[in-house]
Design a protein around this ligand. Structure first.
Ligand SMILES: *Cc1c(COP(=O)(O)O)cnc(C)c1O
Length: 487
């Protein structure tokens, strides 16, 4: 299957070769059977590769070079904000005073870390316009669930038990309806208009006194600002519902507009997107949630507070929904986000938003002649093209995404949001230069030309990668885990 000559680690094995050196044992050897139950002790030697330290370094370095990452190339994955992660964040997160502390340490000995968390909360309150923030949730989806649980606790505390429904637009990120379901609600879909914005008439149709909340992503997943957001807020509050702001797309509005000022009661942020935490491939996330006064009693506990010039955790919160994460959130990611906010400053964060929006509009207009643009209006941080013109020529958006790999790019998000046929969702972010944007634009234009002149080259892509087109379902459902044995 692999067509270059990189051997598998098991093929490099030479019996007796070892990749470590330990000092000779100078203490008595321990009899494992005295420590572990017999059925947990190996009876055969583990089947591990036998290679030298240098072999293993070269092997994994070579593999890592095949990866796509923000540090190695343009990564325009829509809805994910794959921006550059400044390396100063890493240095600060590794300060011994941050990296070597333990969450069970006496509060008196970690006042600096608590101050950083408190100050980060203050910055996020200012950025979102909310009254209080918790740093506990570990990701955006986790923040959504936390926010919805607070909304549920709010309604229940008032004896208002009929509110079983959460309204979600048809363009929403899949985590929104999923979080609503896990929080015990029924989701109701509200349609988008042909302008790509929530259809207010449809909202009025689905809303009622059983509405617990409306979850809204703004700018929405088409990259469009919900221009009637204030009207929507009024409609929802009118019937006693709460407003949830999915802030994963904050990169498009940060320092320009605040969910709190738009009337929202709850917001989550993705610090691993907007605030440069490394993400993708399982990096830890951070999805802080901000709330307005009404929801303060329900925040996860403990709450970090400042008392007599010291920072401390308040556990005495009888109405809290409880703890949503062991300890106090993904501290390392919060340190990185804090470093980013402090190193950018308010003017820097404003510039981030402006360049993110400028870059997306620049690319959208350059690509517009070559692809269909279903929503022809200024976008925010991302935009969605349709490959329906190319589909008529027998080439799918999936094929074009695969062809981009031949040009060395990680493809954009495809077939999302679901309301765009053959969609391709591109988010350049503010950290890319004009030269990088131009090179990517040229690659996509060339692919559009290939679709007309030589569609096979696109249909059969990729050609230059280590393996060719995978059967995606099989690759996901039947990964060949012990491939080295099959010869
Ligand atoms: C990424 C994203 C989420 C989910 O965030 P995770 O951290 O991946 O859980 C939710 N909504 C939108 C719009 C997103 O882009």
């Amino acid at each position: 299957m692999h067509k270059d000559n990189q051997a598998l680690i098991f093929e490099l094995t030479k019996e007796g070769r070892i990749g470590y050196s330990l000092p000779t044992l100078d203490v008595p050897e321990v009899d494992l059977s005295e420590l572990l139950p017999a059925d947990l002790i190996r009876t055969e030697v583990a089947e591990l590769p036998e290679v030298s330290e240098l072999d293993i370094m070269r092997h994994y370095t070579a593999l890592s070079n095949r990866n796509h990452g923000v540090d190695s190339g343009f990564y325009p994955l829509g809805s994910c904000t794959m921006k550059y992660n400044p390396k100063i964040n890493e240095s600060v997160a590794r300060f011994p005073g941050f990296a070597n502390i333990h969450p069970l340490q006496d509060e008196k000995t970690v006042q600096g870390a608590l101050e950083l968390m408190f100050d980060l909360q203050e910055h996020l309150k200012e950025i979102t316009g909310m009254d209080e923030v918790t740093l506990q949730p570990a990701a955006g989806a986790h923040g959504e669930w936390t926010g919805l649980m607070m909304i549920r606790a709010y309604h229940e505390s008032r004896g208002d038990l009929k509110r079983t429904k959460v309204i979600v637009p048809d363009s929403a990120h899949g985590t929104n309806p999923a979080s609503a379901t896990v929080a015990g609600f029924e989701t109701v879909t509200v349609k988008s208009s042909d302008q790509g914005l929530v259809d207010l008439e449809d909202l009025k149709r689905v809303i009622g006194d059983d509405t617990a909340a409306l979850m809204l992503t703004n700018p929405n997943t088409l990259g469009l600002f919900e221009e009637q957001i204030l009207e929507m807020a009024a409609i929802v509050h009118e019937v006693g519902g709460k407003l949830y702001y999915d802030g994963a797309n904050l990169n498009a509005v940060m320092s320009k507009a605040r969910p709190g000022d738009m009337g929202f009661d709850v917001v989550h942020l993705n610090l691993h997107k907007t605030f440069t935490g490394p993400h993708g491939g399982g990096g830890p996330g951070s999805g802080p949630v901000g709330v307005k006064k009404d929801l303060l009693p329900y925040l996860p506990k403990p709450l970090l507070v400042k008392k007599d010039d010291a920072y401390t955790f308040d556990y005495n919160r009888p109405e809290s929904i409880g703890r949503v994460k062991p300890y106090y959130g993904n501290f390392g990611i919060n340190v990185r986000a804090y470093t980013y906010i402090r190193s950018m400053g308010p003017d820097g964060l404003k510039a981030v938003t402006e360049y993110a929006v400028l870059n997306a509009n620049y690319m959208m207009r350059k690509l517009q002649p070559h692809f269909d643009l279903p929503y022809d209006r200024h976008c925010k941080h991302e935009f969605v093209l349709s490959g329906r013109r190319q589909k008529k020529l027998g080439v799918r958006t999936l094929d074009m995404a695969k062809r981009l790999l031949d040009f060395g790019y990680h493809p954009p998000t495809i077939y999302f949001p679901l309301n765009v046929e053959e969609g391709m969702m591109i988010e350049p972010t503010e950290t890319e230069s004009k030269e990088t944007l131009d090179a990517f634009i040229d690659a996509l234009i060339q692919i559009a030309k290939e679709v007309e002149d030589n569609p096979e080259i696109v249909q059969n892509a990729p050609h230059t990668t280590v393996i060719n087109r995978l059967d995606e379902t099989k690759a996901a459902r039947k990964p060949v885990l012990r491939y080295y044995k099959t010869e």
